[in-house]
Design a protein around this ligand. Structure first.
Ligand SMILES: [Fe+2]
Length: 236
């Protein structure tokens, strides 16, 4: 089956359809988690939730919410509510990704995340998506849909609750965070553990904003090289 990105080369997508498809896929992950029989399977699904929700939150914050606020001349209390709900979800995701499936709080934490995200999705589909349909002309909705599909391919894949979540700072922070996350994803778990020792530095940099995020990106480039050297020199 072709990916959304491959289809985007030849089709245009309505932004609302892209967001609803994401919501549907996230709900499928939740249901699979609730039905999963083994702790290993639940952890695997929780890791996928971390990835999919991090990507989804990043593209909404960078592209969807600002478009809605512009149309509402900056006054969009529902967007502010959504940003706070994203923040709480990211805090939970950051904790979940560090937990092992045998940890006593793992299941409860994921269940609370699921409940909160379900409510957030309901609010978006009830309020925000109809507001998009009302306020954005069809051609803009399609252009935004294409941009969302492309942005998904380069968005951060992990939660960064302390990073800026509004423009313009979040564009720079997301670029730095995505470089870190995707580099880490490509390296696999062994090297990721080495890299995670430097995560606090990155989070602090993201908190300080765009200039620091750029510095973090350079540091990370060096960190990735160093981590690669360390692991290559480790006896197997
Ligand atoms: Fe959202």
């Amino acid at each position: 089956m072709p990916t959304l990105l491959a289809m985007a080369q030849t089709h245009t997508f309505d932004a609302i359809a892209v967001l609803k498809k994401d919501h549907h896929e996230i709900e499928q992950l939740f249901r699979r988690f609730e039905r999963a029989r083994s702790a290993t399977e639940r952890k695997r699904l929780a890791d996928r939730m971390v990835r999919e929700l991090s990507i989804h939150a990043a593209i909404e914050e960078q592209l969807v919410y600002p478009a809605l606020r512009r149309r509402a001349n900056g006054h969009a209390p529902q967007v502010l509510l959504a940003l706070e709900e994203h923040h709480v979800a990211k805090v939970a995701l950051a904790e979940i990704e560090r937990l092992r499936p045998v940890d006593e709080r793992f299941e409860a934490k994921v269940q609370v995340l699921i409940e909160n995200v379900r409510r957030h999705v309901q609010e978006e589909e009830r309020d925000l998506l109809p507001a998009m349909k009302r306020t954005l002309p069809p051609e803009e909705l399609h252009a935004l849909g294409d941009t969302l599909v492309r942005a998904k391919a380069s968005a951060p894949t992990r939660p960064h609750p302390t990073a800026p979540d509004e423009p313009p700072a979040n564009a720079f922070a997301n670029a730095g965070a995505a470089a870190y996350d995707r580099g880490r994803d490509a390296l696999g778990r062994g090297i990721a553990r080495v890299l995670d020792r430097g995560r606090g530095v990155v989070e602090e940099a993201l908190r300080r904003g765009e200039v620091a995020a750029r510095t973090a990106r350079q540091r990370l480039g060096r960190g990735l090289e160093r981590a690669g050297r360390e692991v290559r020199s480790e006896p197997h």
